[in-house]
Design a protein around this ligand. Structure first.
Ligand code: BJW
Ligand code: ZN
Length: 237
């Protein structure tokens, strides 16, 4: 199946959806999680994105998030983000499910975005549970809630449940889609990766964009081995 074939299928699709991961923001300059550029001061994200790491050393975890927030605040969406925003304008039923916490899809103009792993621009109180937006760069390390409780990043760490209702809606969208784009994800983190399997099981055409093969390449009907910023605009254009 060629790029032109998929472009035509996408035009005809009734309920297209996309699942994106860190690779969609790579060309904007956001480091991905897996692979050598995922390292920060010799810590791998797998060691820092856990509730245990935060309990052990909240200062270290907040320093990592502060570093990432500073980096993301300076950069802009790339042509892949803009192509997906264009797809939303064109297809009223389009749903964008992202594992990314960077906010770049919204910055590109997408409004129907399910951020299933949360947002790096929100904080949540570890005592009272209150969530709020916080765009301070830099952020005061060890920020406090008005109740006095320690604030944590408003993201989903390993071993934590995803927002229940959003996840339900994401699986519903995956069950009823006729075409799913899977862009820039290693496909190893659950339950996000299962969304592609659900779409495939429901009869959708599954189209992957990734320079590398992933476990989801086996699930996809076609894998375009290239960069999101180069391929996505060709599919939407
Ligand atoms: C390009 C590119 C370019 C490069 N263009 N592409 C079933 C089986 C096994 C394990 C589990 C399971 N179910 C649950 C688990 C455990 C765990 C899990 O999945 N572990 C696996 C790693 C083994 N899952 C969880 O713990 C989840 N919680 C859960 O299931 O809870 C259940 C529960 C229920 C009730 C009560 C309690 C619990 C939570 C997962 C949370 C993941 N969190 C993180 C951090 C978010 C916050 C933050 O950003 O700091 O989310 S981890 C990290 O991985 C982040 C990402 O969203 C996520 C996925 O990574 P992604 O996006 O795929 O990035 P990479 O780096 O892996 O890949 C980038 C890709 O881009 C590569 O393929 C490149 O080739 C490609 N690329 N340049 C296109 N230019
Ligand atoms: Zn509080």
């Amino acid at each position: 199946m060629t790029i032109e074939d998929v472009r035509e299928r996408l035009k005809a699709a009734k309920r297209p959806i996309a699942l994106t991961g860190a690779g969609v923001s790579a060309e904007s300059g956001v480091p991905t999680f897996r692979g050598s550029e995922g390292l920060w001061r010799n810590f791998s994200p797998q060691d820092l994105a856990t509730p245990e790491a935060f309990e052990r050393d909240p200062q270290l975890v907040w320093e990592w998030y502060d570093w990432r927030r500073s980096l993301i605040a300076k950069i802009s969406p790339n042509p892949a983000h803009y192509a997906l925003a264009e797809l939303e304008r064109r297809s009223p039923e389009f749903t964008l499910i992202t594992q990314n916490v960077d906010g770049l899809h919204r910055a590109a103009g997408s409004s129907r975005v399910m951020e299933i792993h949360g947002s790096i621009w929100t904080v949540r109180c570890t005592e009272c549970g209150n969530s709020s937006e916080n765009r301070d760069v830099p952020i005061n390390i060890l920020p406090r809630c008005s109740c006095g409780g320690l604030l944590r990043p408003g993201v989903v760490w390993f071993g934590e449940p995803l927002p229940e209702e959003m996840l339900y809606k994401a699986f519903e969208a995956a069950s009823s889609t006729d075409l799913m784009l899977v862009i820039g994800t290693s496909g190893v983190v659950q339950p996000a990766a299962s969304l592609a399997v659900r779409a495939k099981d429901g009869g959708a055409l599954v189209v992957e964009i990734n320079p590398e093969a992933t476990p989801l390449s086996e699930v996809a009907d076609v894998s375009f081995k290239g960069k999101a910023g180069e391929i996505a605009p060709l599919l939407v254009g």
